[in-house]
Design a protein. Structure first.
Length: 276
C-alpha cells in the first residue's frame, strides 16, 4: 500500500493507521491521502483499477467519517458512518444493480436497533431488532406489504419464543409458543433464485440450511404437526403453492415436476397450516 503523507508522522501512526487497518490496510492497490489536519481520504482499488472502497474522515482524531464500498462495476455496495473507528448509525447495502438489500442500525460497532431487509422489488421483506449483535424481540416477515409471519425472541440462546402465522392477505392463521428457531436460508440473498438443478420427476428433495441453497428449520411444540406452504414463482411465471411437511425439524418438499430438465423458482412468501 502506497502512503501519501506529510511530516506529521505521529498523526499517521496514532490516528490514520489504526483506522485504515479496520478496512484491510494491507492491500495491493490503495492509498491514504492526508488532506489537512481535520480531514483525510482512504481508498482501495480492485486489480483492474476500479474503486473498491473509500473512507472519508471528517475528523481523523476521533475516527469520524463515512465508509463506502463498491462493486467492480462501480455501483455502490454499502455505506455506513463511523465514529471512533467503529460503525455508528445506519448501514445500507445494495446489490450490483442498485437495489437496496438491507438497512441495519449500528452503535459502538455492534448491531443495535432495527434491521430491515428488502425484496428485489423494493418492498419490505423482514424487520427485526438487535442488541449487541444478538436478535431480540419481535421479528416480522412480509409478503406484498402484509405480515405473513412474526415471532418473538426472548432469549436468542434459549428456547422461549412465540410465533404467529398469517396468510398472504394478512389474516391470522395460528399462534404457537415454544417454537425453536424458525430459520430461512436462501443463499446470500432473500427472494433470489433458490433452486437451479435437474430433478427426476416427482422426487422428494430434502432442503437443509446451507449457504448454497434454501433450508427451512421449523421446530414446533410436542404433539403438533405442521405443514409449511411455500408460495413460489416458477420459470413459466406461474404462482404455485408447494406443500412441505416437517419431519425431524427438516422440511421435505415434493416437487410436482412433469418432466426432467432445469427448473428455476423464486420464493414469494410462505404460509403455515397447523394440524393437531
Amino acid at each position: 500500500m502506497i502512503l501519501f503523507i506529510d511530516k506529521t508522522l505521529h498523526y499517521l501512526r496514532t490516528i490514520l493507521i489504526p483506522v485504515v487497518c479496520l478496512f484491510g490496510c494491507i492491500q495491493k492497490n490503495g492509498s491514504v491521502e492526508k488532506e489537512n489536519d481535520t480531514s483525510a481520504t482512504i481508498t482501495s482499488y480492485y486489480e483492474n483499477g476500479q474503486l473498491e472502497s473509500i473512507l472519508t474522515l471528517k475528523d481523523p482524531s476521533k475516527g469520524i467519517g463515512v465508509y463506502k464500498s463498491f462493486y467492480v462495476n462501480g455501483s455502490l455496495k454499502s455505506e455506513v458512518p463511523y465514529v471512533n473507528g467503529g460503525k455508528e448509525g445506519w448501514e445500507e447495502q445494495y446489490d450490483s444493480i442498485g437495489r437496496k438489500i438491507s438497512k441495519v442500525h449500528f452503535s459502538q460497532n455492534k448491531q443495535n436497533g432495527r434491521a430491515f431487509w428488502y425484496s428485489e422489488s423494493g418492498s419490505l421483506e423482514s424487520a427485526s431488532y438487535w442488541i449487541n449483535d444478538k436478535q431480540y424481540g419481535e421479528v416480522l416477515f412480509y409478503f406484498n406489504g402484509n405480515v405473513i409471519q412474526k415471532y418473538y425472541v426472548k432469549d436468542w440462546g434459549g428456547k422461549t419464543f412465540y410465533i404467529s402465522n398469517y396468510n398472504r392477505k394478512g389474516d391470522l392463521l395460528s399462534e404457537e409458543g415454544f417454537v425453536f428457531s424458525p430459520l430461512i436460508f436462501i443463499r446470500e440473498r432473500r427472494n433470489a433464485i433458490i433452486e437451479e438443478h435437474e430433478y427426476p420427476s416427482g422426487n422428494l428433495i430434502r432442503l437443509r440450511g446451507t449457504d448454497q441453497e434454501i433450508g427451512i428449520t421449523v421446530a414446533t411444540p410436542p404433539k403438533v404437526k405442521s405443514k409449511l406452504y411455500l408460495i413460489m414463482k416458477n420459470n413459466s411465471s406461474n404462482i404455485d403453492t408447494l406443500e412441505m411437511s416437517v419431519e425431524n425439524n427438516t422440511a421435505v418438499l415434493k416437487l410436482n415436476i412433469l418432466k426432467k430438465g432445469r427448473h428455476t423458482s423464486t420464493l414469494q412468501g410462505m404460509d403455515f397450516k397447523n394440524e393437531s
